[in-house]
Design a protein around this ligand. Structure first.
Ligand SMILES: NC(=O)c1ccc[n+]([C@@H]2O[C@H](COP(=O)([O-])OP(=O)(O)OC[C@H]3O[C@@H](n4cnc5c(N)ncnc54)[C@H](O)[C@@H]3O)[C@@H](O)[C@H]2O)c1
Ligand SMILES: CC(C)(CO)[C@@H](O)C(=O)[O-]
Length: 290
């Protein structure tokens, strides 16, 4: 079974390493310094697993049985176009944000949606930190394939479950990210501060309220405020992925998180001013306006 990791950054390297350890034939598609490091030194894993792997790393996708997509959401369209040139049975997104599966569904027949709470960071090119074991939920978004991905992940020791309502799960995770990520990125604080600082919690509650309204109009009853508070408390010492992106001068996934709620709210004719402001502020920081 040949498994391709499309976008071998932090998360892709971690999942690739777990699959390699289980004996799968894994191909890592990477770019830049990461590609060079993987090709010359292999993949180093630290943290919850300490291991070195010699890996097959390429700059362009190749034929495979299954593909995991682990690029950032803003790179999904590009990656899909590259993947159109090769053959594989099914593709599974493990990304954050809303809309990745819709993009993939325009290109491929078998698209599996995924939501994961595993945690990984790149210490340097070729060196991934396995920071947190979590849960991975999978579900067929278009066509089939979820059970195939479940099987290989389970064999690799990953906590995984196939669900019937993957679209809802993707939006639920986006709710949490919409509340926590932009505030931590704009204010440059750890997740816990959102709950500890009344001014920040006030903003968080308002974002959560808008997300809840959007979810409700989609037919999903979710207590976004409580869910976001739980995660912020549980991950109080974390620097959110969006904060880390901002600190490193990288583009964020804001358009696929809060931006997705703004677009849905517009469709329903409801107010999403707080989400919209967060999108604009984070865009302002990304643009590096002095
Ligand atoms: N890191 C985590 O712990 C974590 C956890 C859950 C979800 N996620 C989500 O997973 C996705 C990936 O996150 P990450 O932290 O691994 O990001 P990352 O930036 O570390 O990894 C993405 C990698 O994809 C590469 N890439 C992009 N387009 C490519 C292409 N066409 N060909 C080859 N390589 C390409 C980039 O160069 C980069 O190395 C995001 O949507 C993120 O929100 C991450
Ligand atoms: C849940 C979360 C906000 C915890 O830091 C994480 O998804 C992140 O950082 O994006």
């Amino acid at each position: 079974m040949k498994i391709q990791i499309m976008g071998a950054g932090a998360l892709g390297s971690l999942f690739g390493a777990l699959l390699l350890k289980a004996g799968f034939d894994v191909v890592f598609v990477a770019r830049g310094e990461q590609l060079k490091a993987l090709q010359s030194r292999g993949l180093e894993v630290s943290g919850l697993m300490e291991e070195h792997f010699d890996v097959t790393a390429v700059s362009e996708p190749v034929d495979a049985d299954l593909v995991f997509l682990t690029v950032k959401a803003y790179d999904t369209e590009n990656a899909a176009r590259q993947l159109e040139k090769v053959r594989f049975r099914a593709i599974c997104s493990l990304q954050n944000g809303v809309g990745n599966e819709d993009i993939l569904a325009r290109h491929f027949d078998n698209v599996v949606g995924g939501v994961t709470t595993y945690g990984a960071n790149l210490r340097e090119p070729g060196h991934v930190i396995y920071a947190g074991e979590g849960m991975t939920l999978l579900g067929n978004f278009k066509g089939s394939g979820a059970e195939d991905f479940e099987l290989v992940l389970r064999e690799a020791g990953v906590n995984v479950e196939v669900v019937e309502d993957i679209e809802r799960r993707i939006w639920e995770k986006a709710c949490i990210n919409a509340v926590i990520n932009p505030i931590t990125a704009v204010c440059r604080v750890r997740n816990g501060k959102i709950v500890e600082v009344p001014e920040l919690w006030d903003v968080a509650r308002r974002i959560a309220g808008e997300c809840r309204e959007v979810m409700s109009r989609m037919g999903y009853d979710v207590d976004v405020e409580r869910a976001a508070k739980d995660v912020a408390v549980r991950t109080s010492m974390n620097r959110s992925s969006m904060l880390q992106d901002i600190e490193k001068g990288r583009r964020t996934e804001i358009e696929f998180i809060n931006g997705a709620f703004v677009r849905k709210a517009r469709e329903f004719g409801i107010d999403a001013t707080y989400n919209e402001i967060m999108v604009k502020l984070v865009r302002g920081i990304e643009l590096g306006v002095d």
